[in-house]
Design a binder for this molecule. Structure first.
Ligand code: HEM
Length: 403
């Protein structure tokens, strides 16, 4: 392993490194700590539970060292390990299983028909603002059993709390404020549900777990909070990135129109090339040997997903968009016991947005002017996505929609 100042995984130009090991090095070291670049080693690190989530350390570096927000993070699902992690995660993961996800797919078609951005303007629409930013928070409301009118608040709180990952200490106060607001919102929603009676939604499920003595009240709030913060901001950026990619791959777009069963593979391939969470940061909980080097306890270890996802050893011709490649899941949703709990749901959201465009606006194209997409702090970011929707195809009914 070498010390490299040439490749900073957080630098805006980092994707100019083509992916995989750099000069034969799978791990590099810089002022930021260690960066893991190739797919095989990245997978190993993400599956090694001695590397723990970096979010608590990040908060502490911001000066949030005690109080309710620090306590929430310290005791949350993402910091839990071993038996406690299994106890917190397994029931929720079962709840998030295929039946629930497919039920949401059906509801999503109604939501998309409802927010259809066409017909409101003659020129291009900002697809990011009108669709991608709206869908995930609407889905969280559906999942949690919250009123649909709460969606703008959910979107704002998800973005406000996960701003932590921007690694900008000047955001400390607004992050704390977002968490306070989020705790107050969920506390009152949970209280209302207790009063009004439980349903089939996620909050009712978690309250049921508490009634059965499987969670305490603090864990119930913590699980609901972890799901809300993770639900929206990443999914909306990733949805816009997927649409931006697929609308520019015209050959693929044509194939998708002819064969909708290819949509899931197309979504995964777009997520591989442009992963919103381009870096998943961990902390070594003890001295750990990786690629022949001992990483000391307490070190920052950043898994460079954007690099691993373009590792030529794993994905031949890695910069090419190819929906026919051998199906290896990229690391966009991480992997291992802490891998994304909402990934099936997020994929369904993206598949349905793509299906909506294919059905309703098959001639849609990206307009470069008015589109602003960049890479910062290791993550792909979408500010705006101008889309010329073209003529609307009439008569897309919810029942007819694909797949
Ligand atoms: C495209 C959208 C999404 C992306 C790219 C994404 C990605 C990720 C990543 C990279 C992690 C970190 C895993 C690790 O630390 O190793 C994660 C964790 C998590 N995600 Fe997602 N996520 C998305 C959407 C969602 C949604 C929609 C939900 C829930 C509604 C969700 C819930 C969670 C939870 C609860 C965790 C923590 C799991 C644990 O620590 O056991 N995510 N996600």
């Amino acid at each position: 392993m070498t010390t490299s100042h040439a490749l900073d995984p957080f630098a805006p130009d980092s994707p100019t490194h083509s992916g995989g090991a750099a000069d034969g090095q799978s791990v590099i070291r810089g002022e930021y700590g260690y960066a893991v670049l190739d797919f095989a080693l990245a997978t190993t690190v993400l599956r090694d539970m001695r590397f723990v989530n970096a979010a608590l350390t990040l908060m502490e570096q911001f000066g949030i060292t005690d109080g309710p927000v620090h306590d929430f993070r310290a005791r949350s699902l993402i910091m839990a390990e071993g038996a406690r992690h299994i106890r917190l995660r397994t029931p929720l993961a079962r709840f998030m299983g295929p039946t629930m996800v497919e039920d949401i797919r059906v509801e999503l078609r109604t939501i998309l028909a409802d927010i259809d951005p066409g017909g409101r303007s003659d020129g291009p629409v900002d697809f990011n603002e009108t669709v991608a930013r709206k869908i995930p928070a609407r889905v969280y409301c559906l999942l949690a059993g919250a009123p649909a009118e709460d969606a703008p608040l959910v979107a704002r709180l998800s973005a406000g709390t996960l701003a932590l990952l921007q690694r900008d200490p000047s955001l400390k106060d607004s992050i704390l404020q977002s968490y306070d607001e989020l705790f107050a919102y969920l506390t009152s929603l949970i209280a209302r549900k207790r009063e009004q009676g439980l349903g089939n939604d996620m909050l009712s499920f978690l309250i049921g777990q508490e009634i059965e003595g499987k969670l305490d009240a603090e864990e119930l709030l913590s699980e609901a909070t972890a799901m809300l913060e993770a639900s929206s901001v990443n999914t909306s950026h990733q949805t816009a990135l997927v649409v931006w990619t697929l609308l520019r791959e015209r050959e693929t777009w044509k194939r998708l129109q002819e064969d909708r069963s290819l949509v899931p593979a197309a979504v995964v391939e777009a997520c591989r090339l442009y992963p919103r969470p381009g870096i998943v940061s961990k902390i070594a909980s003890e001295d750990i040997d990786i690629a022949g080097t001992t990483v000391p306890a307490g070190s920052d270890v950043h898994v460079a997903v954007w690099s691993a996802n373009r590792d030529p050893e794993r994905f031949p011709n890695p910069d090419a968009f190819d929906i026919d490649r051998e199906r290896v899941q990229p690391l966009t949703f991480s992997t291992g016991l802490h891998g994304c709990l909402g990934q099936s749901l997020a994929k369904v959201e993206m598949e349905e947005v793509v299906g909506f465009l294919l059905d309703r606006y098959p001639d849609a194209t990206v307009v470069d002017e008015g589109t602003s997409i960049g890479h910062a702090g290791g993550r792909w970011l979408v500010d705006s996505l101008a889309v010329d929707l073209g003529p609307a195809r009439a008569g897309r009914s919810v029942a007819e929609a694909t797949p």
